[in-house]
Design a protein around this ligand. Structure first.
Ligand code: MRU
Length: 353
């Protein structure tokens, strides 16, 4: 295995400088590492909407810092509530499927509201909000490391793992979920090779998963999405591991479009199909997969690849950005609290996360 050029846990797509937020522009990877400075919730919302930052946990963390930035303006406590609520609306509207977004925004709003009802001054509220956003970021990395260790135990000593999209450090505060399991297995001395689905139309697998695993010296090969079936049939793959944008109370899981067909193929070939996600991705208020909103993105993203139009003029395209894998196809859900198997019952009191 190639020597890792960096520590396995040093990559984060989001930097809070104490004054401002900087977001790694993932649209530019693997060609260039460009950081986008954000000074307002509107700028933060744009980085999320336009996919500069993506991945459910990373979106949530970025939005939390966006909420903190919203409180920077002039005015006393009364103004802060208005500013926080306006920012919450703007940020929540950016991407509908990833539940971590609403989860992080709610958490930030609760800090503002409870500080206001406790009679705190504006400076204290701003400080508390920044501390909360930083805590959301740091807790995410800690959850990923814990879930990574649980998931690593599911993998044989030598194995090939197939993954879809990017559920790595780039999609989270750091370390990753599906890729966190792989990192933890490698750290535990296991010999893991990865097959990364390229993941049309945004190519998160080809561009991002391949980039961050190669950076860590973890062996990775990119495959076209349509190659997964015949490769699974050969018996070469011991596990499929993906992340999640939202896990309903019954275990049905929304993730990047193409995850569901992969789960069907894994079941057909008796390969275990694991979902790795922090508890902030569990949506206990949504009973089943059918109730998860699926983001429909612009058809242009399907028509145009790397600046070149691939389809004839006048022919429409479709772009549902996520699909739902029914719980019956999921061998286990791995969170920081352990490994859960069917029947999945993530239905504690709604609102308690
Ligand atoms: O559209 P994206 O790139 O935000 O989609 C990301 C995914 O589907 C990831 O698998 C998911 O958010 C889990 S990230 C740990």
């Amino acid at each position: 295995m190639a020597e890792a050029a960096h520590a396995m846990n040093d990559l984060t797509p989001i930097r809070w400088t104490g004054d401002a937020l900087e977001v790694l522009d993932q649209r530019e990877l693997p060609w260039r590492e460009t950081w986008i400075p954000c000074a307002s919730p509107e700028e933060v919302a744009r980085t999320i909407r336009d996919m500069a930052v993506r991945g459910a946990p990373a979106i949530g963390i970025t939005a939390a810092y966006g909420m903190a930035l919203a409180l920077r303006g002039p005015g006393g406590p009364g103004k802060l509530r208005e500013a926080a609520e306006a920012a919450a609306r703007t940020l929540a509207a950016t991407r509908p499927t990833a539940v971590n977004l609403a989860w992080a925004i709610d958490r930030m709003l609760r800090v503002v509201v409870s500080s206001l009802s406790g009679g705190r001054d504006a400076a204290t509220i701003r400080r508390r909000a920044e501390a909360e956003a930083t805590a959301i970021h740091e807790e995410d990395v800690a959850m990923n490391k814990r879930l990574g260790r649980h998931g690593a135990e599911l993998l044989p000593h030598e194995c090939t793992v197939l993954t879809h999209c990017n559920a790595g450090a780039l999609a989270t505060g750091g370390y990753g979920t599906a890729l966190g399991v792989i990192r933890a297995a490698v750290e535990a001395g296991k010999d893991v090779r990865v097959l990364a689905d390229e993941t049309r139309p945004y190519l998160q697998g080809a561009r991002l998963t391949a980039w961050e695993l190669a950076r860590d010296g973890i062996p990775v090969s990119v495959i076209c999405d349509s190659m997964a079936g015949s490769i699974l049939r050969t018996g070469e793959v011991q596990a499929v591991i993906v992340g999640a944008d939202r896990i309903a109370a019954n275990g049905d899981t929304a993730n990047k479009v193409g995850t569901y067909p992969l789960a069907v193929l894994a079941a057909r070939h008796n390969v275990p199909f694991y979902v790795a996600a922090p508890s902030s991705t569990l949506d206990r208020c949504t009973a089943r997969g059918e109730d998860i909103p699926i983001e429909e993105r612009s058809a242009e993203e399907v028509h145009v690849v790397a600046g070149t139009r691939m389809t004839p003029p006048g022919v429409p395209a479709r772009h549902p950005a996520f699909d739902v894998t029914p719980a019956e196809l999921i061998s286990a859900v791995v969170t920081e609290d352990g490994v859960f198997r069917a029947p999945y019952v993530f239905d504690r009191r709604c609102g308690e996360r």
